[in-house]
Structures are given as C-alpha cells and as structure tokens.
Design a protein around this ligand. Structure first.
Ligand code: NAP
Length: 281
C-alpha cells in the first residue's frame, strides 16, 4: 500500500474501499469483510449511507487491531450545526464500535456547516477524530472554510475521475495544505466508463483493465481513491494497481479526456441545492 501524509502528519492509504449504495446491513458487512480479506484497510462510510454499524461489525469481526484501519465517516446535512453535529459524532462512534475515527468529513456544504466544523475541531482536540475535513466543497466554499477555520481541513473529498479531473480544485487545495480525495473514481459507470477506448488501449499496454488504469491515473496524480464494488473479484482487481506505472505520454492522453464538469450534479444549480437542503435540519 502507498500512503499520503495529511497536514497533521497522519498517514492515509491512497487506496480505500467505499460503501455508498450498500444499504443492506448484512450485505455491507459481507462486502467489507471481503474487502478486508483482500487487503483494504481504509473504509469510507457516511451517516447518510445508513451502514456505519455494518462497517463497525466487519472491522470488529476481522480480529485485526483497530490501529491497522483508517475509517472515514461523514456528517450529514440534517446533523448540521454545533450541537447536532457533536451528538452525531458520538453516534457515529457508537455505530462504528470504536472510540475514534481516523477521518470525519462534512458531507455537503449546507446547513450550519461552520457549527458542524467547530464540533469536529472540538472532537479532534479530544482525540475522537484523528483528522477532519470536508466533502463536496467547491473552490469557493473550500477557500472560505480553509481561510476561517482554526484547524485547516486535512481532506476534501470531491467527485474526481477521468472525465472530471479537478486539476484546478486540486491546486487550490494544495495551496491550503488539503489532500484531495476522489469520490466516484469510475463515475459510477456513467459515460460508458468501462468501455472507454483510450483507457482500454492503455490498459492493453500493461495487461490491465479500464478500472485499473482509471485508478492508477488518479493515484499517480496523488489523488486518494475509494472505489466501491460488491464483487470480490472486482475488489481484487481494483486493489491490484501498484505493480505498474503509466508513462508520461499515457498520463497526457488520459488528461485529454477531462470534460471539467460533473457527470452528477452541480451546487451552482439551484434545483440541486433545493434537493439537498430539502432533507431539513
Ligand atoms: N462524498 C460524497 O458525496 C460521495 C458521493 C459518492 C460516493 N462517495 C464515496 O466514494 C465511493 C466510490 O464512489 P461510488 O460508489 O459512487 O462509485 P464508483 O466507485 O465510481 O463506481 C462504483 C460502480 O462501479 C462498479 N465497479 C466497481 N469496480 C468495477 C470494476 N473493476 N469493473 C467494472 N465495474 C466496477 C460497481 O459495480 P459493482 O458494485 O456491481 O461491482 C459500481 O456500480 C463511494 O462508495 C463512497 O464511499 C462519496
């Protein structure tokens, strides 16, 4: 495994395992257990995924020391604001059956996220959170919170894949000492992702799949990746990305796939924001 070092010195695996859209607790526990057997030690969950308890079970049942894992969760919009966020951090710890999280993120930049951030800073000071950060903070809101927060965000998790590469956002994060983390490294298969001709051809040069090339590209750009799959075969495939390297020419070819816009949603679209804030507080 390769690691990135966050701005507080904490080491984070550059490759982890995401559990979005695995709401069934039994299935989630099974896939996380299989991921752990495959070698994954970093697991990305969220309050909104409803499966923190399943992740906690799988980690516990693995029998491995807690210190081997890097567990991330995220505070949902409805738990925004100091008091609710503070209580929700304790609830996440309870569900995950642990007395600390390696990383807690604000899931979306809505509701009273400054209050949320202060609750995370306090939990960080208390040792309940080893690192804190944000998610889906576009450059404007990211610069704002990175400027005015007492503890600079250690991570910003944003949609990042070959079609939306976030190069400018990554440069801005670097200015503030914040590590970029990709969600949706395969764009959830959108845009006929797994049949992309450029990625296929480059994969052919190395005996690797489209998925492996897509992950390797991000890793070589120092982007943390957390691909999701419910298939053990694909877990192994997605984990096998440290035994080859893309050439400068291949990196440039993949760079040219960048469309510089989301395949999912934009926070600059009022309808998206109305939808996200409709969850209430
Ligand atoms: N912060 C946020 O707002 C946010 C938003 C979205 C996601 N995330 C995080 O990022 C993680 C990853 O993103 P994601 O789950 O949205 O999507 P993703 O990892 O880009 O794509 C997952 C999809 O790709 C398929 N897949 C996985 N490996 C494959 C392979 N080797 N070959 C072919 N198909 C493959 C999976 O199918 P199978 O499962 O059937 O294999 C699934 O349909 C999430 O699980 C979550 O932890 C965060």
């Amino acid at each position: 495994m390769e690691y990135v070092t966050l701005n507080n010195g904490l080491k984070m695996p550059i490759l982890g395992f995401g559990v979005y859209q695995i709401p069934d607790l039994e299935e989630c526990e099974r896939v996380v257990s299989e991921a752990i057997q495959t070698g994954y030690r970093s697991i990305d969950t969220a309050q909104a995924y409803g499966n923190e308890a399943a992740v906690g079970n799988a980690v516990k049942k693995s029998g491995l020391p807690r210190s081997e894992f890097f567990i991330t969760s995220k505070i949902w919009i409805t738990n925004g604001g100091y008091e609710k966020a503070k209580a929700s951090i304790d609830e996440s710890l309870r569900l995950l059956q642990t007395d600390y999280l390696d990383l807690m993120l604000i899931h979306q930049p809505f509701n009273d996220y400054y209050g949320t951030y202060r609750a995370m800073e306090e939990a960080y000071d208390a040792g309940k959170l080893k690192a804190i950060g944000v998610s889906n903070f576009y450059p404007d809101r990211f610069i704002d919170i990175a400027t005015y927060s007492r503890i600079k965000p250690m991570v910003n998790q944003v949609e990042t894949h070959v079609f939306n590469q976030q190069s400018q956002a990554q440069e801005i994060m670097q200015e503030y000492g914040t590590q970029i983390e990709s969600w949706g490294p395969f764009a959830e298969g959108k845009n006929d992702f797994f049949n992309n001709a450029v990625l296929k051809e480059i994969g052919g040069n190395h005996g690797k799949s489209v998925a492996q090339v897509a992950l390797r590209y991000l890793i070589q750009r120092n982007v943390v990746v957390i691909p999701k799959t419910v298939s053990q075969e694909r877990m192994t495939e997605n984990f096998s990305v440290f035994d080859f390297a893309l050439t400068d020419g291949e990196m440039a070819e993949i760079q040219s796939l960048d469309q510089k816009e989301s395949l999912f949603f934009s926070h600059y679209d009022p309808e998206t924001v109305k939808f996200l804030t409709s969850f209430g507080s």
